[in-house]
Ligand binder design. Structure first.
Ligand code: HSE
Length: 443
């Protein structure tokens, strides 16, 4: 049973805000601008009572300065604070603050994807034990209400697959390289200047930020216990202009996708650069936009696109959680959110070696008679069937690019065949291997 809120139902809901960076600034602004509407919606005011930040207070508007406290304990021990909004990010000290807050009976709203991907099971258990609510819509897809749509709108449906773009920084870099060309590091710098990248941008580039979000999404979509160790993660740092150009020629665009698939309770969960048909909807989601293309058993295909980061879009998701949780507290709604339930479906996570996919292969090989026969012979020997081949130019002495796409093949066989090819004396560099997904998301 959830804790009874003391006092009249129109008593203010008080918030303790942890952190005052880009997103917290947006939360503060929306509450200022929409305070009257929110109060009338809930029949009680929702107010930020205290703000704790260890960082600089440069971003504090004049009106917020009096709310600043020096110590987390000032918020934790304030019995009038009902909800804590954690916008510090990272594991420590956010985890410690959230656990202490839950244990002292305060509900939580957080945008902390890294923390939830690693510790949500522990945190949810604690919420159940201490009868508090938790909201984390802002952790995945910024301003896109994707978690709420899965949790509520699709609660009775069965989700078969999700293709997602969940890292704006990577999508910005790949879109720029595809549309305008340019150097990876210079484009990354621009993404950082725009304020989308993580404080450690390697998390954006190496796919870990996408994996954090995909784990949270997967748990909700499949009611399954999924952890970071289950995710196949490959980032975009080795994607070259050459591969982008060859892909275009083949009718594909390269995107960093977060993919979830559920076939007969065998789940695939992977983040990697993927060739997708340039005519598909998701291939046309560019720049810092995020996107989710779901295939649900009953609702059919569904698509969501929008800002996956940024102050006001992410703050909008936080405010959505705030209104939901404040409403529950005001009306003493004792129902736990179903996502906190530990009743997980029985699933098996597919191992990398068992994945079946189509592949894009770029060999760097000598331009001599018989080279292609050797490569195709090795592929054939591993039951890998060739779908198309491109070779351009002529290099009497050096090497040329030979691009091959395959029909569906088993990943283990494919990687063994590439190992063999890379051992040939006519192959001069490590072969590039990318997966192809022939997504049919046209409406
Ligand atoms: N670094 C993330 C991105 C921010 O680029 O999408 C939102 O989580």
């Amino acid at each position: 049973m959830l804790k009874e809120r003391q006092g009249s139902s129109n008593k203010a809901i008080n918030i303790g805000l942890l952190g005052f960076g880009t997103v917290a600034g947006g939360v503060y602004r929306i509450l200022k601008e929409r305070g009257k509407e929110i109060t009338s919606m809930l029949s009680a005011p929702v107010e930020i009572k205290k703000i704790f930040t260890r960082g600089s207070r440069n971003l504090f508007p004049e009106s917020a300065k009096s709310l600043a406290v020096k110590d987390f304990g000032d918020i934790l021990n304030d019995r009038d604070i009902d909800i804590i909004i954690e916008l510090i990010g990272g594991i420590n000290p956010a985890k410690e603050y959230i656990i202490k807050a839950i244990e002292s009976g305060k509900s939580i709203i957080t945008a902390n994807k890294a923390l939830l991907a690693e510790y949500s099971e522990e945190i949810f258990k604690l919420c159940l034990k201490n009868n508090v609510h938790i909201g984390f819509e802002a952790a995945v897809g910024g301003g896109i209400p994707i978690l709420r749509s899965i949790k509520n709108g699709l609660a009775g449906d069965s989700i078969r697959s999700v293709y997602s773009i969940i890292n704006g920084t990577s999508n910005y870099i790949l879109s720029k390289m595809t549309k305008e060309g340019g150097k990876f590091n210079e484009i990354l710098k621009k993404a950082q200047e725009k304020g989308y990248a993580e404080s450690d941008p390697s998390l954006d580039i190496n796919g870990v930020d996408s994996a954090h979000k995909l784990v949270i999404l997967g748990r909700l979509a499949f009611s399954a216990s999924i952890s970071m160790e289950d995710v196949i993660i490959e980032g975009i740092k080795d994607i070259s202009q050459l591969d982008i150009n060859f892909s275009k020629e083949l009718g594909y665009i390269i995107k960093l996708l977060g993919i979830l698939k559920n076939e007969d309770s065998k789940i695939e969960i992977r983040v990697h650069p993927t060739l997708i048909p340039s005519s598909s909807l998701i291939a046309n989601v560019d720049g810092v936009f995020n996107a989710f293309f779901l295939n649900a058993g009953y609702a059919g295909p569904l698509s969501f696109t929008g800002y996956g980061a940024g102050s006001l879009p992410t703050a909008s998701a936080v405010i959505g959680d705030l209104i939901e949780i404040a409403g529950k507290l005001i009306h003493n709604d004792k129902h736990h959110d179903l996502i906190l339930s530990e009743k997980f479906n029985k699933i098996r996570i597919k191992k990398k070696k068992d994945i079946i996919s189509r592949y894009y292969l770029r060999f760097s090989a000598a331009d001599r008679p018989g080279v292609l026969a050797k490569i195709s012979g090795i592929l054939g020997g591993h039951s890998i069937s060739i779908a198309s081949m491109i070779q351009k130019g002529r290099q009497v002495k050096g090497s040329v690019s030979i691009v091959i796409t395959t029909h569906e093949a088993n990943e283990d066989e494919l990687l063994n065949s590439i190992k063999e090819c890379d051992g040939l004396d006519v192959v001069s560099a490590k072969t590039v291997v990318l997966r192809i997904e022939d997504i049919e998301d046209k409406l």
